[in-house]
Design a protein around this ligand. Structure first.
Ligand code: PLP
Length: 368
């Protein structure tokens, strides 16, 4: 089985972060901390936001949690009332609509298109906002499409948001360190600092520092929102692991060289995967500008017949066929609200990517 579904780095957490965790463990850093995170961690997050994003925050405007997802959940849970609307654009990270639903809100799904680079346009956003809109969720670099919004694109969205002061904005920037070629990560607040009082930035250690298992993410936003999130966190998880917090201080405030090394590795894998996918009949793929996924258009495979006589009607059929016929695991676009696509992760060793794509090609050539 070749697994190309993984949504996490296969690389190890950098050594200096491990050493910081070890020191914390041996040094007695084994107690509850402040709900929003230790002061050292919040200072490290503030340092990171200033250094990487050119965004000024104070320690009262950031909150650490057990992963970015944990903060997303608590932010939505702390603010949503039944019937509120949360605007999400396809292809979306699978958890956004479900977290909205879990909190009795209605996800309003705006369909995206590959022709538009999988990006939300200001016109589409304007049309989707209603008096019930509580949140708009933006995700750049995007999982699964790899789309990265430019300054001009974010400015266009900000112009629409300015007309709706009741709307909160979530800017999920968890893949910020993995952008390729000409692409550059820009935060919404770089182009629209006036939206700071209603924007929550989501980020964390998981992807950039290869620390998914440490469960350490954060939110940065206006103090009223951070306080609301903290109030809820104090009754759910109390605080993130003290050891993970100490490790994250080293991640956010320490040596950043490992990130550049990881980006280089992903860049090579991305190039290899795109070359190999281009050889497979029936596929096309807009090169992802960021994150570590290829979101592949499989419309050219639909209507084809497998050697067993089954006809591929959807991306779900393609995923099942690929699994059974080639032993390659991928994720169907339906999970991200967009068909007919499949997501292939390149957060895997190059040999795994090569084997997966070779098997995919052999299987595709057996279709009629
Ligand atoms: N946001 C996006 C777009 C993701 O893909 C993920 C993880 O897959 C997360 C947030 C949450 O990551 P974590 O909870 O590990 O910080």
């Amino acid at each position: 089985m070749v697994n190309l579904t993984v949504g996490e780095p296969d690389l190890d957490t950098p050594e200096h972060i491990l050493l910081a965790a070890e020191a914390a463990l041996r040094g007695g850093d084994t107690h509850y901390t402040a709900t929003t995170g230790t002061l050292a961690l919040r200072q490290a997050i503030v340092t990171k936001l200033a250094r990487d994003n050119d965004l000024p925050y104070t320690v009262d405007e950031v909150v650490a949690g057990c992963g970015g997802k944990h903060i997303i959940y608590h932010a939505l849970a702390a603010t949503l009332n039944p019937g509120d609307e949360v605007i999400v654009h396809t292809p979306y990270w699978v958890s956004y609509p479900d977290i909205a639903r879990l909190n009795s809100a209605n996800p309003v799904i705006i369909p995206g298109s590959e022709a538009q680079g999988f990006k939300l346009s200001p016109q589409e956003l304007a049309q989707a906002i209603t008096p019930r809109t509580k949140w708009v969720i933006l995700n750049s670099p995007n999982n699964p499409s790899g789309a990265v919004y430019s300054e001009a694109e974010l400015s266009g969205l900000a112009n629409v948001l300015r007309r709706h002061p009741q709307v909160l904005v979530m800017s999920d920037e968890i893949y910020e360190h993995f952008v390729f070629g000409e692409a550059r990560h820009v935060s919404l607040l770089n182009v629209a600092p006036d939206l700071k009082q209603r924007t929550l930035i989501i980020n964390g250690a998981s992807k950039g520092y290869a620390m998914t298992g440490w469960r350490l993410g954060f939110g940065a936003g206006p103090a009223f929102l951070i306080a609301a999130v903290a109030k809820l966190l104090s009754q759910t998880t109390t605080c993130p692991s003290s050891i993970s917090q100490a490790a994250a201080v080293a991640a956010f405030a320490g040596d950043q060289q490992p990130i550049a090394a990881m980006r280089e590795i992903y860049q090579q894998r991305r190039a290899r995967m795109l070359d190999l996918l281009a050889e497979i009949p029936g596929l096309s793929c807009t090169p992802p500008a960021g994150a570590f996924y290829a979101f592949v258009n499989v419309s050219g495979l639909l209507g084809k017949r497998t050697p067993e006589g089954a006809v591929l009607h959807s991306d779900t059929d393609v995923v099942t066929w690929l699994l059974n016929e080639a032993g390659v695991a991928t994720v169907g676009g339906a999970a991200y609200g967009m068909s007919p696509y499949i997501r292939l992760s390149f957060a895997s060793a190059i040999e795994v990517i090569e084997q997966g794509c070779r098997r995919f090609k052999d299987a595709a050539e057996r279709l009629s």
